[in-house]
Write a protein that binds this ligand. Structure first.
Ligand code: NAD
Length: 494
């Protein structure tokens, strides 16, 4: 019998008021239940928000270096539990074990990096235009943060939000994806163990339409930090706009790799396979479009399809597995529906194109890595995020055309170019409409100390990661101290 887990509210582990629960299952072995979790509703969310509100003043008045010490301790616990966290992650969401270790490492890196802000959180001083007057700007916390996260990076993404929010002096209500509640629970247990006071970080499990929507709509929430699909992100933005609440959105991508005629093809093939099929193509930065110069298209295609066809599908816990399952049955159907769409649109399918049912694949949600060819920019498979191991090959006749095709979707997260021409590389950096550009590397592999996020429908102007993340979780306050002992009027007394 699987273990039952609870929400974490005001420092206590509590069930949902309704008593309703849901199961977290292993997508590689759907009969394996990892745990039973509370199916929270508006009343549970309200309790968590109230707890976060109650603690906000005390936490924001705790000196930032003291807040950060707890984060450093949490990072140390994550280091000591890295393997355990990674194994649970692979069992809960399917990615291969070495990638799960990478996810945990990213959470560790982020926690150490942003905990360092506890002794920075720098503001600015600047001269006043008036004598005997001091001017500065300081960062202040926003208040109660709702952190709503997806399942594909179940540890890293929560740390991108929770740690900067807490170091900056906010309190948090965390609503993790319903597909990965166990990893989320383990993360919150780590913060509890690190000594975080009760109510500062609250965890509410449940489904998006119930717990998620109730959290977004709660008037006690000052800022919603959301990562997930564009469809849900838009609903979140509309709801927050109704009462002028801050919202930061990190959403989907349709990321392109440009493979020019002068590219190192060995490197390009390797990067394209990793970008397209790593994490089973379930990364917001996955390389889902490969824009290839016609001069090398044939050779690249042959080598790429051969490499993709050799990828071994299976349980991510096994060392020999290259590609794990997709997250759940609905996603399996969605990915397969795009193969049907590709056929209807006239694209050719060079490998894969079906649900894998051979051997142990029958026990889970496996889709054969699929390559779509003869794809044109207007096809749906070239424009819509599929979130599976299904890259589209788009042939082009020139560098200029490659840029135009790359910029022809509504998304703008990651991009990459393979070329040996340094001038072209810099033109690509200048012209690619995306928040991230890689040169001679794939579209995936962001590092925590650089800004992360996208333009167009991928985001709403914010950047997680780097020091830019602080602009999400703090408000700027301008402060003037007049020590002249008389009334001085800015702009008037000159
Ligand atoms: P999703 O939008 O279905 O769910 C994300 C989260 O929102 C989950 O916790 C879910 O429960 C919650 N949710 C769902 N409906 C809600 C509602 N009505 N109100 C409030 N919350 C709600 O996305 P997903 O399937 O979990 O994740 C995949 C998507 O996430 C992809 O589009 C991917 O590109 C994107 N993603 C983006 C980034 C990024 O940083 N840009 C990173 C990872 C994933």
């Amino acid at each position: 019998m699987a273990q039952t887990y609870h929400n974490f509210v005001a420092g206590k582990w509590v069930p949902a008021r309704s008593g309703k629960t849901f199961e977290s299952i292993n997508p590689a072995r759907k009969k394996e239940v990892l745990g039973i979790f509370p199916c929270s509703e508006a009343a549970d969310v309200a309790q968590a928000v109230q707890a976060a509100r109650r603690e906000f003043r005390r936490w924001r008045l705790t000196p930032a270096p003291r807040r950060a010490e707890i984060m450093f301790r949490a990072a140390e616990i994550m280091v000591s539990r890295k393997e355990e966290l990674a194994q649970i992650m692979t069992r809960e969401m399917g990615k291969v074990l070495k990638e799960s270790r990478g996810d945990v490492q990213e959470g560790i890196d982020m926690t150490y990096f942003i905990a360092g802000e506890g002794r920075r959180l720098y503001g600015e001083t600047t001269p006043s235009e008036l004598p005997d007057k001091f001017a500065m700007s300081i960062r202040v916390p926003v208040g109660v943060v709702a952190a709503i996260t997806p399942w594909n990076f179940p540890l890293a993404i929560p740390t991108w939000k929770i740690v900067p929010a807490l170091v900056s002096g906010n309190t948090v209500v965390f609503k993790p994806a319903e597909d990965t509640p166990l990893v989320a629970t383990m993360l919150v247990q780590i913060f509890e163990e690190a000594g975080l006071p009760g109510g500062v970080l609250n965890l509410v499990h449940g489904f998006g339409e119930e717990a998620g929507a109730a959290l977004v709509a709660h008037p006690g929430v000052d800022l919603v930090s959301f990562t997930g699909s564009c469809e849900v992100g838009q609903q979140v933005a509309v709801r927050c706009a109704q009462d002028f609440r801050r919202v930061s959105l990190e959403m989907g991508g349709k990321n392109a790799i440009l493979i020019m005629e002068d590219a190192d093809l060995d490197l390009a093939v390797e990067g394209a396979v990793w970008g397209a099929c790593g994490t089973t193509g379930q990364r917001c930065t996955a390389a889902s479009r490969l824009i290839v110069h016609k001069q090398v298209a044939r050779e690249f295609t042959e080598r790429f399809v051969s490499a993709v066809s050799r990828l071994r599908l299976g349980d991510g816990m096994k060392a020999e597995t290259d590609v794990g399952p997709v997250i759940n049955e609905a996603q399996l159907k969605r990915v397969d529906s795009y193969t049907q769409i590709a056929r209807q649109e006239g694209a050719s399918i060079l490998c894969g194109g079906e649900v894998a049912v051979e051997g142990e694949c029958a026990e889970g949600f496996f889709y054969k890595p699929t390559v779509f060819a003869q794809v044109t920019p207007l096809m749906r498979i070239a424009r819509e995020e599929i979130f599976g191991p299904c890259p589209a090959l788009l042939p082009v006749g020139s560098f200029e055309e490659a840029l135009e095709v790359a910029n022809s979707t509504s998304y703008g997260l990651s991009s990459a170019i393979y070329t040996r021409d340094v001038n072209r590389a810099f033109v690509a950096i200048q012209e690619l409409a995306a928040g991230i550009t890689y040169v001679n590397a794939s579209t995936i592999g962001a590092e925590v100390h650089l800004p992360f996020g996208g333009i167009c429908h991928t985001g709403n102007g914010h950047r997680e990661g780097g020091k830019t993340v602080l602009d999400i979780f703090t408000e700027w306050k301008a402060v003037y101290v007049d020590y002249s002992g008389k009334l001085q009027k800015a702009q008037i007394d000159r």
